[in-house]
Unconditional design. Structure first.
Length: 408
């Protein structure tokens, strides 16, 4: 059994002993306020029990409930909250219509008993808070805080008992205060349950943590959509991403890595589903190898002294048209491959050539990176660009060359 489960169980046992003590005191003293407090402690036992039940049922999965039975916990919690409201209603009825009367001879005993319950409550809430912070369990911390505030209602009862000892009939008023605490407990349980049953989004902090994990991956270009919800205490995450990858296999690997990191970064993640698409490029970079005159298309690839790179757009132009000197032109070995890699670094998408390179090393490098190779018979670079442009306009009617003037 985990520490958090053990502490949750201890919380139930503590509250159960409080129910026992308070019930006994209520019977002995006839105090309506103590009776109400006993009911409050009972409702706390039930809600802690629901948490433990949730931990148990969440481990089961059956084929007709493929998303798990996590919400059984929330459904039970909602039912519990109705029982709590019913108990509160019964007390209110008794406050206004009931005939219960405080037995003066047992007031000192009741006061001592309540003092004992305050001590138990105080020390247990301290202990649970410590354990909750140690294990990082938000439900334990919340439970500890809840028990702590419950102490207030016990103080109200203590005060009313002292008042009664001096002849003030304040027991009913104290009972009313306790009913408010019961109502608060019931309302909290009901709201949490309804939120989860209606698939409310994950809290802001967790969403932010997921966003950060995804954004720090250099292969993620953009997060199009991020949603996550709770079911029981478990989290379901959905992501829609643009990735800087060109093939399915690599994309799959990247998403699996991101899933792993999300599971590591957050507690109780049941399922992460990631839909991804390639980077949505607004520009296409079209390259061509040039001869010394910077105008004629070179028949060579690795040996070409210059390369011209023109950005073509699906939307508006940014005016990029540049002629770059081949940095590997004097290389002894494997210059074709080096040039191909250098062009990829420049963001090449389409390569115009006069001699087919698709069966050669550089052709493989470019092809693997998803670069399209277009074979032309033209010798003039401008004419070749116009030809490619015309082809592209068929596919992208709004395509434009970066600089129409140069290309005619
Ligand atoms: Zn409570």
């Amino acid at each position: 059994m985990e520490v958090s489960e053990k502490t949750a169980l201890l919380s139930i046992l503590t509250n159960l002993s409080l129910v026992g003590i308070k019930t006994l005191l209520a019977v002995l003293s006839g105090s309506l306020a103590i009776k109400a407090d006993a009911i409050h402690s009972l409702s706390d036992v039930i809600s802690s029990g629901v948490i433990l039940l949730g931990i148990k049922t969440s481990k089961r999965r059956i084929s007709s409930f493929p998303y798990g039975l996590y919400k059984v916990e929330n459904l039970v919690a909602l039912g519990t909250s109705f029982l709590i409201f019913l108990a509160a209603y019964e007390i209110v009825k008794e406050i206004f219509l009931g005939t219960s009367r405080l037995l003066p001879e047992n007031i000192p005993l009741a006061a001592c008993g309540i003092g004992v319950t305050i001590l138990i409550t105080w020390s247990f809430s301290r202990y649970e808070l410590k354990k909750g912070q140690e294990t990082g369990s938000p439900s334990l911390v919340a439970d500890a805080r809840h028990i702590w505030t419950d102490m207030l209602s016990s103080f109200v009862i203590l005060a009313s008992l002292l008042g009664s000892a001096f002849g003030l009939a304040v027991d009913r008023y104290a009972a009313l205060v306790v009913v408010l605490f019961i109502g608060r407990a019931g309302f909290g349980i009901a709201m949490d349950a309804v939120r989860v049953l209606l698939d409310a989004s994950l809290d802001y902090e967790s969403l932010n943590r997921i966003r950060k994990i995804v954004e720090t991956d250099p292969r993620v270009v953009k997060i199009n959509d991020l949603r996550a919800r709770n079911a029981g205490r478990y989290k379901f995450v959905e992501l829609d991403l643009n990735l800087r990858v060109k093939d399915l296999e690599k994309g799959h690997r990247v998403t699996e890595e991101i899933k792993g990191r999300i599971r590591k970064g957050l507690d109780n993640v049941d399922h992460v589903s990631i839909h991804y698409g390639p980077r949505c490029k607004m520009t296409l970079k079209v390259g061509v190898p040039l001869c010394e005159d910077r105008q004629t298309i070179s028949e060579h690839f690795g040996e070409a002294p210059y390369f011209r790179l023109v950005s073509m757009f699906k939307e508006k132009p940014d005016g990029q048209d540049s002629i770059l000197a081949n940095p590997w032109v004097h290389e002894e070995k494997g210059k074709g491959i080096k040039v191909a890699n250098w062009l990829l670094e420049q963001g090449l998408d389409i390569m115009i050539v006069r001699k087919d390179i698709s069966e050669m090393g550089p052709g493989y490098v470019l092809g693997n990176a998803g670069v399209e190779i277009i074979l032309v018979s033209e010798t003039d670079a401008n004419a070749a660009y116009s030809q490619v442009m015309a082809e592209m306009e068929k596919t992208f009617p709004d395509a434009r060359l970066a600089n129409d003037r140069q290309v005619q």
